[in-house]
Design a binder for this molecule. Sequence first.
Ligand code: PDD
Length: 281
Amino acid sequence: RVVYVNGRYLPYAQAGVHVEDRGLQFADAIYEVCEVRAGALVDRTRHMERLERSLAELGIRQPMSRAALSIVLSETVRRNRVKTGLVYLQITRGAAPRDFPFPRSGVSPTVICLARSLDGAVREARASAGIAVATMPDTRWARCDIKTVMLLPAVLAKEDAGKAGAQEAWFVDRDGFVTEGASSNAWIVDRDGTLITRALGHELLPGVTRRTLLDLLSREKIPLIERPFRVEEAIAAREAFVTSAFGLVMPVVRINGVAIGDGHPGDLTRRLRSNFHQVAE
Ligand code: PDD
């Protein structure tokens, strides 16, 4: 395995960054996770657009052109011979003596890219069974629309979810509404077959998978309402699922230990999962 770090492809065991990298000290960094399918990046342009937006929101200088970054992604995938898997790109503000304000000029962003194969059969088995979700208070900051590596609340939530026998955590805001998953967007299907997912805002990540699924919904003329929903409404829903570059459209069959629908992945969810790549680019 090789890893891209600041212009070089290094053996996995030898790749590293400076001890005073701001990504380490302040989580002063952003990232992207992109699906790799048949050796190609899925929804590359949308991921690049979101990456550029995250950088701009944090005032991190874009280290190279979109075309150059895109080559780093493809080249990392190619050199690791990933056919089915994920590619991870992280950009930090750079390394500098520890001080809270942005370092003065002369500091270049750190760029890291890793690619990893994933067992497609394991993911399909997981999708056939569906996953369990546990809900917890949303303890994150007020700008969850920026894809930063400041992921400690998600780490703790996933750990707690795991202890409760669940594979994903759903964050719930102070008013009792689901914001999103710890690493996914949350969806339900109501009794009429209408899809419901929270509208975009500062409290959730604008998922690329979410965006592409919206295209599929309009193509298949499936009704959608973008609005917040409560945990009780989700538990009473006909179907539920989450979307992410990692799980794609992943059925949810239990929320807080209660079965959703008949406790199996819903028909609409399964259809959306199997048709997803028809609209993804
Ligand atoms: N996470 N919401 C959060 C908080 C996420 O971390 C993610 C993705 C999503 C879904 O976004 P997308 O469809 O663009 O993957 C929503 C990635 C997969 C991760 O952190 O590993």
